[in-house]
Ligand binder design. Structure first.
Ligand code: ZN
Length: 284
């Protein structure tokens, strides 16, 4: 089986205030009931589900509401040997709610094409929701240690009323995940190639298993036929033995019967006479 393709997803921000003041927390942007750290985690799970259907191994930097330093996040991605990396966020712009649209940032030129594929996937998926495409932009201060295609995705603005309203809907969040999924498939054809390879290996395995099962079933049937044949032979032998025994006992009875009929004549007449054949003989 080919090794699974590994994609790392980073739900941005995370953590809640607790009684322990030394424990850090970071909600990201907060707009009414919309909190960035919760949206990013939800988006990551939606994208993870789509990728797992494609047999991609998805590594998440966090799966719960917890605080993580950027360096901790990168260490997890690196340790997982991920081949592509997406950090999920939502955008906000203080003071101007009209600012809207999707953007994908990349740390260095090596990741630009990856960012463009994600942008293309997102733009196609979010067009019907009226989310404009603001394109890709370099942000070299993000993910400075990254050595794989890396992108920070900002699919919408929580500070824009239209996009904030959209973000409360599951179908919009699914569209974001779907757009990123399409972008990932575009970014590296190896994702789908690995999936197809896995399917082929499974088909071969299934066919081999089926052939083995069929051979085992045929073998079992052959044994059953032999057993049945043996039973028939045994039954025939028993019948033959029974018949011979009966024949012998009939012969024996016949012999003893003859002797039995002879004795009365011998006793009455004092000499042996042949047995009486018919009534006319008796009358004489
Ligand atoms: Zn953010």
């Amino acid at each position: 089986m080919p090794a699974p393709y590994v994609v790392a997803l980073d739900p941005g921000h995370g953590g809640s205030p607790s009684s322990d003041p030394t424990v850090l927390w970071d909600p990201g942007v907060v707009a009414g009931r919309l909190i960035e750290k919760d949206i990013t985690l939800d988006l990551a799970f939606r994208l993870k589900a789509l990728l797992e259907k494609e047999r991609v191994k998805v590594v998440m930097t966090r799966t719960t509401d917890r605080y993580l330093e950027i360096s901790e996040r990168w260490n997890l991605v690196h340790a997982a040997k991920a081949r592509l990396f997406i950090s999920l966020h939502v955008n906000a712009f203080d003071g101007d709610p009209s600012i809207n649209g999707l953007t994908v940032f990349y740390p260095r030129a090596e990741s630009q094409a990856f960012a463009q594929h994600l942008e293309a996937g997102l733009a196609a998926a979010l067009q019907r929701f009226g989310v404009p495409d603001d394109g890709v932009a370099p942000k070299p201060e993000l993910w400075v240690h990254s050595d794989i295609p890396t992108a920070t995705v900002e699919p919408a603005f929580v500070s824009n009323p239209h996009e904030a309203a959209l973000l409360t809907h599951a179908d919009f969040r699914d569209a974001i995940a779907g757009g990123l999924y399409q972008g990932l498939l575009l970014a590296d054809p190896q994702i789908d190639a690995t999936y197809q390879q896995m399917l082929r290996v499974e088909q071969v395995r299934a066919a081999r298993l089926q052939a083995e099962q069929a051979a085992a079933a045929a073998g079992a049937a052959r044994i059953r036929r032999w057993e049945l044949g043996g039973l028939v032979v045994a039954a025939l032998l028993l019948v033959m033995i029974g018949l011979r025994a009966r024949r012998r006992s009939v012969r024996a009875r016949r012999r003893s019967g003859r002797r039995g009929r002879r004795r009365p004549y011998a006793a009455r007449d004092g000499h042996v006479r042949p047995p009486v054949r018919d009534l006319s003989e008796v009358k004489k």
